[in-house]
Design a protein around this ligand. Sequence first.
Ligand code: 13P
Length: 261
Amino acid sequence: MSDRTLLLAGNWKMNHDHLEAISSVQKLAWALEDAKLEEGSCEVVVIPPYTDIRSVQTLVQGDKLWLKYGAQDVSQHEPGAHTGEIAASFLSRLGCAYVVIGHSERRADNHETNEIVAAKIRAALSADLTPILCVGESLEQRQERTHIDFTLGQLEESLAGFGADELDGLVIAYEPVWAIGTGETATAADAAEMAAAIRARLVERYGDATAASTRILYGGSVKTDNVSEIVASADVDGALVGGASLSGPDFAALCKAAVAK
Ligand code: 13P
């Protein structure tokens, strides 16, 4: 049993405007209370669109909720002439704890390379945000059985240039692209195999302490009825959840199932 705190993060993607966000977080908070999930049993994080974050902050701080929240992306640049970008320092001023970096949808839709991902991780760390670095293979790579090499390659390139002391507390999300939004879930054994390979590589590159403090999540069609099996494996420390995190009560039920694993 590791002493890493179970992390359940809901990536809303481009869903919920700020009014819907308030309702969803309120319902989530009530449902967590009804389910008797308390701070310390796990960490529950919502990751809404940028335009919702201020509303979520007001609610979380005003009602003293123990939920945390984060952003789905961040600019690699310092504040300045970068139209449409959001600086890491802006997110930390809004109380964000986490930022998702290198999600496969951004890698595909916005041509984000591992080099850009590394620059975004650096920006996040400099503003005291914890990156949730996403890696994971395509269906073709899994069928060719190159999935582990590919995913570890993404990991290495995305973390190029960082020292162990900078990466303490990092979160890595293994999200096989073929399992995202498809209803296809990697088996618990697939998730466990990749999480173990990622942790072994972290040991090699950064040593035991950094590897032991890194939380590795699985993401891809995680639901209430499959989460406990997935997080039961020693190296899987939680889940990055898309569709099943949009409804507050459903996400609370998923969190409860994960804690009860
Ligand atoms: P789904 O849970 O909807 O498959 O999304 C997973 C994901 O991409 C989370 O970041």
